[in-house]
Design a protein around this ligand. Structure first.
Ligand code: PAF
Length: 283
């Protein structure tokens, strides 16, 4: 089937209702566009697990704070559309701002404590913006399965919590991060990096790997591990927002009795905010 492009809610609902009434499972990959191999990997995973795949492209104003890069965020819809055609995606949802948010909309979704930690502390309102748009998109698209990348690990946990607590009939699939050969996690924001910054950007993942190795080897002075890596990164010119070893379940500070951990990190390199994470299973 050729790629269908829908801009309004009724037509997407008709397509999805038709597929679901034929017994076909629908996978959904929400994006803000500027599609890279990480997004296309989500599409491939959705294609493996479901019969029909819907991708949305919408640069969501609600998740950008004042002074953030909403206006500068790369918008490449024509190229994105060609990539999705090449990948055999069934439907592209391209909502217009007016179609998704009425001027008078006053309803937002906020996911408790989890939204206030880590990225949420530095970007107040960000996760409420994400939860609100994902909630709206799920109500519009009505998929069976939702595919999100693990690169934004806190976002993934927040969306999982929202879906479970608001009883959405959808399964969430977290898909491992896709990386460049030198370890840098793929992100649309990597295009903001100049040549020198691009060279040092993989140091973030190297710090995460080093800390993971130390924990695997039995080191448990969490604050000491974090401090060492922050110092290494700051010496290399990164401004570290946080480098935090946490429980994988609720992102609270790591404790010895947790079964697995995740290290979350956010840094500013030049003008660019980069995030990454690494998971550690107790061996
Ligand atoms: O991860 C993203 O690209 C966005 O936060 C999402 C999930 C598409 C919501 O706008």
């Amino acid at each position: 089937m050729a790629l269908q492009v829908c801009k309004d809610i009724d037509s997407i609902r008709q397509w999805v209702a038709k597929w679901r009434s034929n017994g076909e499972a629908v996978g959904f990959v929400p994006t803000m566009g500027n599609l890279h191999a990480g997004h296309l990997h989500l599409v491939e995973q959705a294609q493996k697990r479901t019969d029909r795949v819907v991708v949305s492209i919408f640069v969501n104003p609600l998740q950008f704070g004042p002074g953030e890069d909403f206006n500068a965020y790369p918008r490449t819809v024509d190229e994105d559309r060609k990539k999705l055609e090449g990948f055999g995606v069934d439907l592209l949802f391209l909502p217009t701002n007016a179609g998704v948010f009425s001027n008078s909309a006053s309803t937002t979704v906020a996911v408790g404590d989890l939204s206030g930690r880590h990225c949420g502390r530095s970007r107040p309102g960000h996760f409420s913006g994400v939860a609100t748009i994902v909630c709206k998109l799920l109500n519009i698209v009505q998929p069976n399965q939702l595919f999100l990348g693990e690169k934004d690990f806190q976002q993934l946990l927040i969306v999982r919590k929202m879906i479970s607590e608001l009883n959405f009939p959808v399964q969430v699939k977290g898909i491992p991060t896709v990386r460049e050969n030198d370890g840098l996690a793929l992100s649309s924001r990597n295009s903001y990096l100049n040549a020198l910054e691009r060279q040092s950007a993989p140091l973030l993942y190297q710090s995460l790997c080093r800390a993971k190795e130390q924990i695997k080897n039995g080191r448990r002075d969490w604050a000491g591990i974090e401090k060492e890596q922050v110092e290494i990164l700051e010496k290399a010119g990164f401004n570290v927002d946080f480098f935090s070893i946490c429980s994988v379940d609720d992102l609270l500070p790591a404790a010895n009795d947790h079964a697995s951990w995740v290290i979350l990190a956010a840094v500013i390199l030049g003008q660019t905010r980069l995030i990454d994470n690494i998971q550690i299973m107790r061996s």
